[in-house]
Design a protein around this ligand. Structure first.
Ligand SMILES: *[C@@H]1O[C@H](CO)[C@@H](O)[C@H](O)[C@H]1NC(C)=O
Ligand SMILES: *[C@@H]1O[C@H](CO)[C@@H](O)[C@H](O)[C@H]1NC(C)=O
Length: 442
């Protein structure tokens, strides 16, 4: 997210959010010109975000923790990894165990949509629609995409469950503008979105991105891009994010491998909410995950995000995530040797860190997990950033602040007697895109 060119946009969007009037917009949200369609979409997006917002976020975090505990009560009392037989299913977290043990996953693909957990739990993507099979990796026309291409699939009005005929590398010439009610499902083949533009989820609802690899994304030129069957928009240059979310709600990003993009890997901004990012693998990247782009945009307090079972691997520098205003549940992720900090923020976000494994590098200056910007201690000491059940290795430490958790979500789980952070190796062992074989558990 390049902040500099967003100031205008932010000002304009502020007047859209929470204020039911239509401002005269000249440039908003990377549209060079805002027409009635985009204005209407922005207002619908706001209404959807307000509906998706949960006034009691602790309910969601408690429920999530309960489900993790249920799974752990089963086979996996220990971090020791059992020997696995060919074709055996070893789903180790509640999202995966919801679908991965079904050997018929390829004919029951849409069951995946029942498996979202955390704040994005209401996301069904294209479950209500037909299957669309992408057969053509090309991306030659942003205004009139060829049937069979990914771009043609994502602009359709109807819900669609989008899959791929075979393995392919898709180099997008322009950002991919994804419409509401879509699932992109790369299971069974190897799909890479690489060497071109990334994915944009803007002012839309209900999108699942699953089982693909996104890397080496670069800024791409703007111009006229079709963002739905009925609408073309004039876009400015895109930033080079792997996945950019802007005023979106109910989005679930699961088992996606992301690396080496020129801007962020996941940037969720401008009132995006009801988002779950799970089972993803992040590598070799500077600004990994941004949740809120501006301290001046208080409307991001609607933002509610679950970050679970991800692996932040080698070469990740900072922002895992970096948060503003919202409520972020960071649970059972694996952090390995961040190069600046792991979890950061400004503008008093609420950050609940539970059962993560934080392994610091050997550098004595890089032991702290947390990082606060633009605030003196007298101010940030009131921000609620709490750590519970986290495992700290090699001197890592989490600087807590703010009120203790109201009801400790782990309290009712004490009977299970496990140390959550120690399970992270098992919970995240298959993070990133999976290699699923037809007629076998995945
Ligand atoms: C877990 O592993 C340790 C050592 O690896 C072992 O002593 C312990 O009994 C195991 N616990 C369970 C519940 O299997
Ligand atoms: C998405 O699907 C839901 C349910 O079918 C429908 O109510 C909604 O209007 C759709 N959204 C858009 C933007 O088409």
């Amino acid at each position: 997210m390049a902040l500099n060119n967003k100031n205008v946009i932010i000002l304009l969007f502020v007047s859209v959010l929470f204020v039911p009037r239509i401002p005269s917009l000249h440039a908003v949200a990377n549209y060079a010109k805002v027409d009635e369609v985009v204005q209407k979409r922005a207002q619908d997006a706001l209404a959807a975000a307000q509906k998706a917002y949960n006034p009691n976020p602790e309910e969601v975090t408690d429920d999530f923790n309960k489900q993790v505990a249920e799974i752990l009560k089963g086979d996996h009392q220990n971090t020791t990894r059992r020997q696995m037989k060919e074709g055996e299913c070893l789903a180790t977290n509640p999202i995966d165990s919801c679908w991965r043990c079904d050997p018929k996953w390829a004919t029951n693909r849409k069951r995946l949509a029942d498996c979202a957990r955390g704040f994005g739990h209401g996301t069904t993507g294209g479950q209500a629609g037909e299957i669309y099979i992408v057969t053509d990796p090309s991306d030659n026309s942003p205004t009139d995409p060829k049937p069979g291409t990914l771009r043609h699939a994502v602009i359709q009005e109807a819900p669609l469950w989008i899959i791929f005929k075979n393995s392919m590398v898709i180099t997008l010439q322009h950002e991919l503008m994804i419409a509401s009610n879509k699932t992109i499902d790369g299971r069974g083949v190897e799909v890479r979105i690489a060497y071109g533009a990334g994915l944009t989820i803007q002012f839309v609802q209900n999108v699942i991105i699953h089982g693909i690899r996104i890397h080496d994304i670069k800024p791409a030129s703007g111009g006229m891009i079709r963002d739905s069957l009925a609408h073309l928009g004039l876009r400015t240059v895109s930033d080079g994010d792997a996945i950019s979310l802007f005023g979106a709600s109910n989005v679930w990003i699961d088992h996606v491998s992301m690396a080496k993009c020129s801007d962020g890997l996941v940037d969720a901004i401008m009132g995006t909410t009801a988002l779950t990012i799970s089972n993803c693998k992040f590598n070799r990247h500077n600004d990994v995950m941004l949740l809120g782009a501006s301290d001046g945009f208080g409307e991001d307090s609607i933002m509610q995000v679950t970050v679970a079972f991800n692996r932040f691997g080698r070469g990740c520098v900072q922002r895992m995530p970096r948060c503003r205003y919202g409520f972020v549940h960071i649970v059972n992720n694996d952090y390995s040797q961040w190069e600046k900090y792991a979890i950061g923020g400004s503008a008093h976000p609420t950050i609940i860190s539970q059962g993560n494994r934080f392994k610091a590098s050997d550098d004595l200056a890089l032991k702290q997990v947390t990082h606060r910007d633009y605030a003196a201690e007298s101010e940030w000491k009131n921000w609620q950033w709490r750590s519970e059940g986290d495992l700290f290795l090699n001197g890592a430490f989490f600087q807590e602040s703010g009120a203790p958790l109201k009801q400790s979500p782990l309290t009712n789980l004490n009977t299970i007697q496990y140390k959550p952070g120690t399970f992270v190796g098992s919970l995240t062992r298959d993070a990133g895109a999976l290699s699923c074989k037809v007629n076998q558990p995945c």
